[in-house]
Design a protein around this ligand. Structure first.
Ligand code: NAD
Ligand code: DAU
Length: 350
């Protein structure tokens, strides 16, 4: 049996990945390793917690002793490393949290791999990364695997540093690794601090929808299940030491996404004039203007294609949030209220 660690498995992308691996890889044992920060939620994994091939461990990836203990009990054959502080706005408010988890956490795992995987070529450290490491694009340009790193927020700098450490450990110590960089994910279970779930929750509650600046910034959107399918494929068939760009070729201006969500929401619920909730607010400092991805040709050659068109995925996502109001209430209780106040009180005057 192959034992796979999924770090950050109680978060947004992680829970979809854990579920997908349990359902598709019948010989594998999946270990979720997650510190359960504000973004990690055991309810996200409720249906797979009792699964006989799934084990959950509440551990901080930067805690060397705890990771060492876990390694002795359940040594992995592959690490799918997703655990991270993932929100750009929070990285602007408190960058050190991002250094702790994204940099120190990654290097802690790499250190364990260096010690325990010595000489093994049948193992893999898979780093799940972001297109934000490449910086901002001008109109008509695209990120490719060869794009130079140019991170410009504390979040993207911490992810870029982690990617560099992964490559450095591969080069210096021979640890088999693979990195994939993906664009903006959306779908069920995304924490409501991010643009799409924030917009949907404000639509449900008829609150002003904050759009930074003029809403001209472009992000390249992909449904989380399409991302997860790509990761699972690359885990088995990707070339060791390579970098893959994952994207669904759906770049949109933020204002277009928010308007589309308003229109879909009205169509689904019979509500009217949701667009009137859109409120342009003070911009994010250092806000990257444009991201757009050319997915790796090798990923396409392996047969991967995004299967969920943007509008269909957004419609499904609205339905999911409408039918998971208890989940929303539970993840927004406590710490989120403090963050929301800090981030939006001045912007929205509420
Ligand atoms: P998320 O914030 O929803 O989840 C992160 C998870 O990591 C949470 O469960 C949290 O509890 C856990 N975690 C945080 N600090 C930890 C620590 N010190 N030790 C152990 N666990 C810890 O994030 P997400 O959106 O699911 O992103 C997952 C990964 O994918 C991240 O590495 C992110 O950089 C990357 N990524 C995300 C996107 C996106 O659009 N969401 C796009 C590309 C890449
Ligand atoms: O590109 C991949 C990245 O996408 C991931 O690596 C990150 O983990 C993920 O958080 C996401 O980063 P973004 O900053 O692009 O996501 P966010 O949803 O925060 O913002 C999307 C766009 O919407 C961005 O241009 C900022 C804007 N925005 C965001 C919020 C929260 C608003 O206009 N208003 C808002 O209230």
């Amino acid at each position: 049996m192959k034992r796979v660690w999924v770090t950050g498995g109680a978060g947004f992308i992680g829970n979809h990945l854990v579920r997908y691996l349990l359902h598709t890889k019948e010989a594998w044992e999946i270990h979720t390793i997650d510190a359960l920060t504000y973004a990690g939620n055991l309810e996200n994994l409720a249906d797979v917690l009792p699964h006989p091939r799934h084990k959950f461990h509440k551990v901080d990836v930067a805690d060397r002793e705890a990771i060492q203990n876990l390694w002795e009990k359940a040594p992995p054959d592959a690490i799918l490393h997703l655990a991270a502080e993932s929100h750009v706005d929070r990285s602007i408010l408190s960058p050190l949290d991002f250094v702790h988890t994204n940099v120190l956490g990654t290097v802690t795992l790499l250190e364990m791999a260096r010690i325990h995987w010595k000489g093994r070529s049948d193992v893999l450290f898979y780093q799940v990364s972001t297109d934000e490491v490449y910086g901002s694009l001008a109109e008509g340009e695209f990120f490719t695997e060869g794009s130079p790193y140019d991170p410009r927020s504390p979040y993207s700098a911490s992810k870029a540093a982690a990617d560099h450490f992964v490559r450095a450990y591969g080069h210096t110590y021979g640890i088999p690794f693979l990195i994939s960089n993906c664009g903006n994910n959306y779908g069920p279970y995304q924490f409501p601090e991010k643009l799409i779930p924030l917009t949907i929750t404000h639509l449900i509650e008829r609150k002003p929808i904050p759009v930074y600046g003029k809403g001209e910034n472009v992000r390249d959107w992909i449904h989380v299940e399409d991302h997860v399918r790509a990761i699972a494929l690359l885990l088995e068939k990707g070339k060791v030491g390579h970098t893959y760009l994952i994207g669904a070729e759906s770049p949109r201006r933020n204002i277009e996404i928010v308007q589309l969500l308003c229109d879909l929401y009205d169509e689904i619920t019979g509500e009217t004039c949701s667009r009137s909730l859109i409120t342009f607010v003070k911009d994010r400092p250092g806000h990257d203007l444009r991201y757009a991805i050319k997915p790796s040709p090798h990923l396409k050659a392996l047969g991967w294609r995004p299967q969920i068109p943007l509008e269909e995925g957004l419609r499904q996502t609205i339905h999911w949030y409408l039918s998971h109001k208890e989940w929303l209430d539970s993840v927004r209780s406590g710490e989120y209220q403090r963050y929301y106040e800090l981030q939006y009180r001045e912007r929205l005057g509420s």
